[in-house]
Each structure stands twice: as C-alpha cells, then as structure tokens.
Ligand binder design. Structure first.
Ligand code: PEP
Ligand code: MN
Length: 355
C-alpha cells in the first residue's frame, strides 16, 4: 500500500476529520459525507473509547465496524480508529480499518504499546501515535520506537496536549515546546495537531489550529459531528461538518522559508543584532553571578543563612514590574528570576559549605 504519512505527498495541512465516536450508521454517514465530498478522505471515528471515568460512553466496539464498511461503499475514504489492545488490532484488521492510532492513555504504558506493536508485526498499516497524557517526551519517543521496531514505516505523531491540574483554558495544556522538541529531533516524522482534544471546546478549535499551522505542523485531526450537542462523547468540542469546512477555508498556511534574497539579507542583519543582544545578556548574567558569589562569601564570613526570604520576595515583586515597564511579559520575568534564584542558592550553598 502507498504510504499515507509521507510529507512530500501533500500540500499542507493534511486534514483528518470525523466524529469522536461512531454512534450509528446514520450519524457516521451524515457526519462525514459533507467532508468527503469536499475532498477530506481520511476519516476518524472512535470504536473503542478509553474514558477517564467509568460510566461514560466507552464506544460501541466491533458492532460499529460493519457500518463503516457499509458507508465506504458510497463514499471514498480511508478510516482511522484508535486501537488499545491486540484484540482491537485483530478486530479492526478483520473489518478493513485503514489506519490505526494509539491513544494518549495507551502511549503512557509501554506494556500496552508493546502489545500493540507485537500484534502489528509483519503487517503493513499506517499508525499514528498520540502524545502521552503526561508531559514526558521520552515516553512519546519510546512509543514511536516500539511501533517502528515492529516494522511499521508509515507513521505520524499527534500532538493532543497534556493533562493538567489548573489550566482553565484548555482541556489538555498544549505545551507547544514539547511538540517542537519532538519535531527538532525527528524532522522527517509527520506531526499532526489535535485542536479538539487540546481545547475541549469548539470555540477554541480555530485559534489552536491556526497556531499549529503557524508552527509549521503538517496536519490537523479535528472532531466533527452532524449534531455535536447530542454527541455521546466530547459533545462540547465537536464542530458540525459545515463549521469545520468554513474554518478550514479561513486558516492561513505559512511558507516554510523566506523566499527572496532581499528579505533573507534583512533577516540576517536582524539575526546579527540578536547575537549581539545575547552576548550583552550573558555578560550581564556573568556580572550578576559574580555579585551573588561576593554575597555568598559575605554570608559565610558572618555565618548567615543563604536563603534571605525578605530580599527574595522583594526581587520577585520588583523585577516583573520593572520588566513590564519595558513591555516584557511579567510571567517570563518571574520564570527567569525563579531560575536565577535557584542557581544563586546553589552557588552560595556551595560557597558556605566549602572547607
Ligand atoms: C480521541 O481521539 O477521541 C481520544 C480519546 O483522544 P485522546 O487519546 O487524545 O484522549
Ligand atoms: Mn474525542
């Protein structure tokens, strides 16, 4: 079979869409027909749903698979679903599922990933690997390696965000830097963004999709349901097919590179200025650390403790304020000074404990 996840095959972004779950033959067909007619030919649909809490709808299981086969007689598309065990793989293969994905709750568990990988050995099928629920880049990479070792060469990864305790905006915090790091390490692997599971609410799906394109993601997987409010799972985050198509039209794709010599020259000039600014920044850090060490010596001499809470509180309050006057994001300044404080404590403790 021809590879699906081959970057050069597509004009970005690759779009995968369809309902969170397959609920009935009619619901499935009506959810996807308008999409397939507009050329979206990779369709998602949950058959087995891993739910965080028992009692939620857990997917209809194998009985829904013949419905997909039935709809394929009228509409031309490839069907992708989540598999979480060797039995799912077997059932799905029996019914001609074209693409598998490994869900976030499976990617966290190497036993589960290995079981799926073993069941795929010798089989040629495209596989997508969602990031694990927790913010652990190695687990994500490890899952990709297990699948690759099983002989699967046609695979992509899906960035669906990470479980969190206090992110009131997202259902799963995007932590974009983890996806960017994955891409830096494996630039040849197709990276697909899942704005539906990151946002948890349909109003945010367009802005997250656009951000993914701004960051040069290769594709989007988006949940779409003919009647989202009645959906048996993830009702709040699904778009109608019409809303989805309208949104796709509005998305802006970006060029990967600057295209003419003049803009390139200007870019080079600004980058040289950034190099200089970074040198200045490092010089300032060096000076600051020297002063920190001096204070360390002074504390040692007077046998005073390293942590001076009042002074630290003052720094943590004033620096974000000073930064804000310079139009710097106060959260960034807090983050930077938090790190500087840790390093100062480490250095001064070292000085105090020197014989
Ligand atoms: C899904 O795609 O419907 C799903 C359950 O996703 P995740 O594994 O990202 O939670
Ligand atoms: Mn879902």
């Amino acid at each position: 079979m021809e590879a699906i996840f081959e970057k050069s095959k597509y004009k970005k972004p690759l779009i995968i869409a369809g309902p969170c779950s397959v609920e009935s033959p009619e619901q499935f067909k009506n959810s996807i027909a308008p999409l397939v007619q507009k050329g979206i030919n990779i369709i998602r649909g949950g058959i087995w749903k891993p739910r965080t809490r028992p009692g939620s709808f857990e997917g209809l299981g194998s009985i829904a698979l013949p419905w997909v086969t039935e709809v394929k007689k009228d509409l031309n598309f490839k069907f992708a679903t989540e598999v979480a065990s060797a039995r799912h793989v077997e059932e799905a293969l029996k019914h001609g599922v074209d693409i598998f994905w490994i869900g976030a709750r499976s990617t966290v568990n190497p036993f589960t990933v290995q079981e799926i990988a073993d069941s795929l050995n010798g089989i040629s099928i495209p596989v997508m690997i969602k990031n694990p629920v927790n913010a652990d880049l190695s687990l994500w990479i490890g899952a990709a390696e297990r699948i690759q070792k099983a002989g699967i060469t046609d695979f992509a990864v899906i960035h669906r965000g990470f479980s969190n305790f206090r992110d009131v905006i997202h259902r799963n915090s995007p932590l974009w830097q983890i996806a960017v790091e994955f891409r830096t390490l494996f630039p040849e692997v197709m990276m697909i963004n899942d704005p539906s599971h990151i946002s948890g609410k349909r109003s945010l799906v367009p802005s997250i999709s656009q951000k993914a394109l701004d960051l040069n993601f290769d594709g989007l997987i988006i949940e779409s349901h003919v009647n989202p409010n009645t959906a048996w799972s993830d009702a709040e985050q699904q778009l109608t097919p019409e809303e989805l198509l309208k949104m796709l039209q509005r998305l802006k794709t970006r060029k990967v590179h600057f295209q003419n010599q003049q803009t390139l020259n200007q870019l080079e000039e600004i980058r040289q200025q950034i190099d200089q600014a970074d040198h200045d920044l490092l010089e300032a850090l060096h000076r600051r650390m020297e002063l920190v060490e001096k204070i360390g010596e002074y504390k040692k001499l007077n046998n005073v403790s390293v942590l001076q809470l009042e002074r630290w509180k003052e720094i943590f309050k004033t620096r974000p304020e000073w930064g804000e006057k310079l139009a710097l994001n106060p959260d960034l300044i807090r983050e930077i000074f938090g790190l500087l404080h840790q390093e100062s404590i480490r250095k001064q403790t070292e000085i105090l404990d020197q014989k």
